[in-house]
Design a protein around this ligand. Structure first.
Ligand SMILES: Cc1cn([C@H]2C[C@H](O)[C@@H](COP(=O)(O)OP(=O)(O)OP(=O)(O)O)O2)c(=O)[nH]c1=O
Length: 197
């Protein structure tokens, strides 16, 4: 007898981030295709971190819609924020040092926007926030962290899933959200919109 599991439409992950692919794999999801969305990620004037994370996730998914009709398209964006100040990806070691010095001994928020386009063209989105508390970083901590390239390509110039875990006293909220994709909310979004897995 053959099983009669309902068959879903293909899932496209609109992301160049290896973290997002790994996070999906963690919950048993292998996208049918991975297609980075090339959009301008510059914040708008006075845009809040939350709004930025949502807008960029929406735009990343929307950028892939025409080329991938009849698919589920999932995209996300992660923003690190100290109050309303957005810390993006550092461009060089000096900027990474500046960001980490700002985060030192303080609590900040990480917002991930997630957006899903269904095969019928409906787009749903949400933002998840996690609060992260860094210990006070010594010069030795900073020098050690900046001596390897973990800071590169990460919002706020750190990776909670890497060596930066040494610096994190506590988090309040979703861990996977900090790494780049809130898995509980993403699962609900996919299943709530008919994606079977
Ligand atoms: C705060 C934090 C961010 N990050 C990463 C997740 C994201 O890859 C990156 C934030 O940049 P994003 O612009 O969200 O993502 P991306 O440019 O890497 O990939 P794409 O836009 O194609 O989806 O920072 C970590 O890996 N660990 C962390 O602790």
């Amino acid at each position: 007898m053959t099983s009669s599991l309902p068959v879903s439409f293909p899932l496209i992950l609109g992301s160049a981030s290896p973290r997002r692919r790994e996070l999906l794999a963690q919950i048993g999801l292998a996208p049918d295709d991975i297609v980075p969305a090339d959009i301008d990620e510059t914040p708008q004037k006075s845009e809040s971190p939350r709004k930025l994370a949502e807008r960029l996730a929406v735009e990343k998914a929307a950028a892939l819609k025409t080329a991938h009709s009849d698919c589920y398209i999932l995209a996300a964006d992660t923003v690190v924020a100290l109050g309303n100040r957005i810390l993006g990806k550092a461009e060089n070691t000096a900027e990474a040092r500046k960001y980490l010095t700002l985060l030192s001994g303080r609590r900040h928020k990480v917002y991930s926007g997630v957006s899903l386009i269904t095969p019928t063209g409906t787009q749903v989105s949400r933002v998840v926030a996690t609060s992260v508390l860094f210990k006070r970083l010594s010069d030795t901590d900073l020098a050690a962290y900046l001596s390897h390239d973990e800071w590169q390509g990460k919002a706020g110039a750190y990776a909670i899933q890497g060596h930066a875990a040494r610096f994190i006293k506590s988090i309040n909220g979703s861990y996977s959200n900090v790494v780049g994709l809130p898995l509980f909310e993403t699962t609900n979004m996919l299943q709530g919109n008919g994606y079977v897995f």
